[in-house]
Structures are given as C-alpha cells and as structure tokens.
Write a new protein. Structure first.
Length: 93
C-alpha cells in the first residue's frame, strides 16, 4: 500500500489542518525571530541617514537576513526528512 500524502487525513481524505498548523507555527516563529533581529540594524541605519556607518549597518542587516534564510531552509529540509522517515517507519509496522 503506498504511503498517504502528507497533511492529508487518511480516514477522510481531507486536509489535516491541525497537523498543518502544528508544522507551520514553528517555522513562522523562526521567521519572526530572524525578522526581529534583522530589524535592529536596519532601524539604526535608518536613524543615521546616509552615512558610512548606516551603510555598514545595512550590510549587517542583509547578512542577518541571508543567514536567517539559510537557517529556515535547513529547518524545513530537516523537518521534511524527519516526516519522511516517520512515514517509512509507520509503513514497516
């Protein structure tokens, strides 16, 4: 028997919104945390206006966003592998 698609209730065939929210909320929290960290250097750079220091702070903010994006992508890939392995273990039972 082929494995059921993720986030689909196998009994009813409908979208499992509880499971979907369970997986989406940690991702949203991670994105919000990275955004909050990135706002600090961008906000300070905005206060300084057009200066070299502001330019450096913009670069720091962009670096934080880039690293944060990588962290989110790694989290999503790792979580997808965990879910795939959990489905494989259930099939073997």
């Amino acid at each position: 028997m082929p494995p059921s698609p993720p986030f689909i209730d196998s009994a009813t065939g409908e979208l499992d919104t509880d499971r979907l929210l369970y997986e989406a909320i940690p991702i949203a929290k991670l994105i919000a945390a990275i955004g909050a960290i990135a706002v600090v250097p961008f906000g300070i750079a905005f206060l300084f206006g057009f200066s070299i220091f502001a330019g450096l702070l913009v670069l720091v903010g962009q670096f934080v966003v880039a690293v944060g994006t990588g962290l989110v992508l790694l989290y999503v890939a790792l979580r997808a592998l965990q879910l795939a392995n959990a489905d494989d273990e259930q099939i073997g039972e």
